[in-house]
Design a protein around this ligand. Structure first.
Ligand code: EPU
Length: 419
């Protein structure tokens, strides 16, 4: 565990342009998809994040070569993909390691993956992944903390997901592309990361139709070929900077963002009074003079993202009025609330809803959080608070935001990383 922290002197209006990095969660699933061919895949616009390093370690463990060939480009060569075990030591660091399970079953017909435990934001079971693999013909057992699966021949099937899980949709898609026959995934997740993954799989020679809708049809093919692809922009990094503009009464242009992925947030921010101008590959957000309270409920895409709930709550904590924020995706995703209250926010939690009464100012304090997006919300709170805020446990932020302090400093924030 590192001892680095961010020290922020709040109160600066943020202004200027910020370059949006490649999407963490899309990079992770496309890195896993690279295992579906035995030849070299090239992934461009990959963000430098701890989670990307962990996924690299997981797939190296499987015998695969992963190399940065320039600043933002990864080369993944699966010629020697021969080990089917993702061990506890790696999976415990990142739950998304389970995304190698689909490719393992498709290529090696066998997988042994440490069962991801719960995490700070919820129990996060993987039963939908397992149910999907079983429907494709796998024999799956959970024993001694490991999921062990074996398959003689993957066979296409109709699979219904009880909830449109992003990870389960990705994992099952990656197995089904090399199955014999047709699979239909119903109540599938519709996130941009799903569409991006389907596009990559189709470029590799797969036949995936309907990604981005709730029914995805996958006609299995015999083998896949290598690809060279560019990772889509990170919609949560984009959203975090959009909220920063609104929060500080600033004016920020997000270069390289995809406005099509921000529908719910654009709508909610406009209702707070922010002015948003949309261009083809960028967005400009101007903060309002007075922030209006708005209610928000997290939902699967295209609903309001759970990964933006904590950041939006900071905005509501200094809004004019009271807002209700409901979290419907994860059962324990209000970890930031007690820290925001220490900074002067007026928030009451009842079940899965937080009632946020806007206050006129937040005040700087030492704070910490136990997950990525909660930590991002504390940075935002520090940027608008009076005085100094110290955000501990910077390693959570390094998992999902590339050079976050440099990007904020470039917009005029006073923020530094110290040991
Ligand atoms: N769920 C189950 N069983 C399953 C799978 C999911 O009950 O087999 C439940 C989860 O417990 C949760 C809900 O379904 O309550 C949705 O979970 P989902 O599977 O969609 O989440 P995920 O794939 O594990 C991804 C992102 C998360 C993001 C969620 C929701 C990656 C690597 N992670 O997780 O990102 O919050 O979707 O959008 O893609 C983050 O980036 O900070 C992050 C946590």
């Amino acid at each position: 565990m590192d001892s680095e922290k961010f020290i922020i002197s709040g109160g600066k209006r943020l202004e200027g342009s910020v370059e949006i990095s490649g999407a963490k969660n899309s990079a992770l699933s496309i890195m896993a998809a690279s295992l579906l061919t035995k030849d070299e895949c090239i992934l461009r616009n990959v963000p430098h994040l701890t989670d990307v390093e962990i996924m690299s370690a997981v797939i190296r463990k499987l015998g695969v070569k992963v190399e940065w060939i320039n600043n933002d480009t990864l080369c993944i060569d699966s010629d020697n993909f021969n080990n089917y075990e993702a061990p506890y030591e790696l999976v415990k660091k990142m739950r998304a390691s389970i995304l190698v399970m689909g490719p393992l079953l498709a290529r090696l017909k066998k997988a042994k993956i440490s069962l991801p435990g719960g995490c700070a934001i919820g129990a996060r079971p993987v039963d939908f992944h397992i149910k999907g693999f079983e429907a494709l013909g796998a024999k799956v057992e959970v024993e001694k903390g490991y999921i062990e699966a074996e398959i003689h021949k993957l066979k296409g099937n109709d699979i219904y997901l009880d909830f449109p899980s992003l990870g389960a949709t990705e994992n099952i898609m990656m197995a089904a592309v090399l199955a014999n026959g047709t699979s239909v995934l119903r109540n599938a997740a519709r996130e941009p990361e799903i569409v991006a993954l389907a596009e990559v799989l189709n470029q590799m020679g797969a036949d995936v139709q309907g990604a981005g809708t709730s029914a995805i049809t996958i006609n299995g093919v015999a083998s896949l070929k290598p690809v060279s692809v560019t990772i889509i922009p990170d919609r949560i990094e984009t959203g975090t900077f959009m909220v920063a503009a609104a929060l500080t009464g600033g004016n920020i242009t997000l270069v390289g963002a995809d406005p099509d992925h921000q529908g719910a947030l654009i709508d909610k921010l406009r209702l707070t009074g922010a002015k948003i101008t949309i261009a083809e590959k960028s967005l400009n957000v101007q903060g309002p003079d007075m922030i209006v309270s708005v209610d928000v409920k997290t939902q699967p895409y295209p609903g309001f993202p759970t990964d933006m709930q904590a950041q939006f709550m900071v905005l509501m904590s200094i809004a004019n009025g009271t807002s209700l924020i409901s979290e419907t995706i994860f059962e324990n995703r209000f970890i930031h609330v007690s820290e925001l209250k220490r900074m002067g926010a007026d928030i009451i939690i009842s079940g899965n809803t937080a009632m946020v009464k806007g206050v006129s100012t937040l005040s700087g304090a030492p704070v910490m959080a136990t997950d990525l997006r909660a930590s991002a919300s504390l940075i935002l709170a520090g940027l608008v608070a009076e005085g100094q805020t110290v955000v501990n446990r910077v390693y959570h932020l390094d998992r999902g935001y590339q050079a976050i302090e440099k990007k904020f400093a470039g917009l005029g924030a006073v923020i530094k990383r110290v040991k």
